[in-house]
Design a protein around this ligand. Structure first.
Ligand code: BDR
Ligand code: CA
Length: 304
């Protein structure tokens, strides 16, 4: 099966994305990167998630604990104080690897040359640094799936999505690297990756270990999403992992030139050239099958 690394700022929806990736792919590593909440909490969340879902065998690598320019803020209001909806859970026994995330990405790009895919559901700092250290990873990494970017409705500033906003310089480096990139932008995830109140009722009734995990880890995300006018909790990372797995659920994508704004107020905005052709660098996912996504999540949360 497909060899995949998930690059994650592990909090709430990232944990569901990790669970999905562990079911869909041969998940060869989780690399943690600065983003959602305090770095130590993200590491703890990743270790605990893998232990809880019975996959303590999957290694966790520590990545960059700050973006390239070290200017960002964490978003505990979205994910809860520890990134897990405030859920008080025991310390995991599992430990992170000694090897760094950047080294692990470069090493595995050689070990699984031509096969390795990266699911980046976080700021792109680890991937950008791996590329700067060894640009030849471009020809060895099969594909990069990125959750990030907004071109009309930013969730962090009026025009910027969180992952792109946290590390716009890293985003620019990755976008210009020549890697085979598919982007699932914020607008698509908000529209097709929202799990509504009916879904929540169903999941609460499942009574499985995994449904309990989902509810605990995502309750702050649900409250936050509702407060933003969404009909349920928004799951950008999980939708991205699902679409990487079942590409028949991608209902519309366009190959476009994508860039990022690095300056002042509009820093982090995704710039899409909707007209010119000839210098495209990414596939942009614009429509997806939200029913298939929801059914797949329900079936996995029912499974144990
Ligand atoms: C992205 O930002 C983070 O808060 C989420 O984990 C997701 O990756 C959404 O903008
Ligand atoms: Ca994330």
């Amino acid at each position: 099966s497909r060899k995949v690394i998930i690059d994650s700022d592990t909090a709430s929806d990232d944990t569901l994305a990790i669970l999905l990736a562990s079911r869909f792919f041969d998940l060869v590593g989780v690399t943690v990167v600065a983003g959602n909440v305090k770095f130590e909490n993200q590491v703890r969340n990743a270790l605990f998630t893998l232990e809880y879902i019975g996959r303590a065998d999957i290694p966790v690598y520590l990545g960059q604990d700050r973006p390239i320019l070290n200017r960002w803020r964490t978003v505990e209001e979205v994910h809860g104080i520890n990134g897990m909806g405030g859920w008080v859970f025991p310390d995991p026994n599992k430990r992170p690897e000694k090897e760094s995330a950047v080294d692990a990405i470069i090493r595995m790009s050689k070990e699984y040359s031509g096969d390795l895919e990266i699911l980046a559901v976080s700021p792109l700092t680890n991937l950008a640094l791996a590329y700067l250290r060894d640009p030849s990873i471009v020809k060895r990494i099969r594909k990069v799936w990125i959750m990030g970017g907004a071109f009309t409705k930013g969730n962090t500033t009026p025009i910027a999505e969180f992952n792109f906003w946290v590390d716009p310089e890293a985003t620019k480096i990755v976008l210009e690297s020549g890697m085979d990139i598919t982007i699932v932008p914020w607008e698509t995830t908000e529209k097709y990756g929202t799990l509504d109140q009916n879904f929540w009722e169903t999941v609460k009734g499942l009574g499985t270990k995994l449904s309990q995990f989902f509810v605990n880890a995502n309750r702050t995300l649900l409250d936050f999403s509702l407060s933003q006018g969404n009909s349920g909790s928004v799951h950008p990372d999980s939708l991205t992992v699902y679409l990487a797995y079942d590409q028949s659920a991608i209902l519309r994508k366009e190959r476009r030139r994508v860039d990022i704004e690095l300056c002042s107020e509009s820093r982090g905005a995704m710039l899409v050239d909707w007209y010119k052709s000839g210098n495209e660098n990414a596939d942009l996912v614009l429509e997806a099958d939200s029913r298939k996504f929801r059914d797949q999540v329900t079936s996995i949360l029912s499974s144990f």
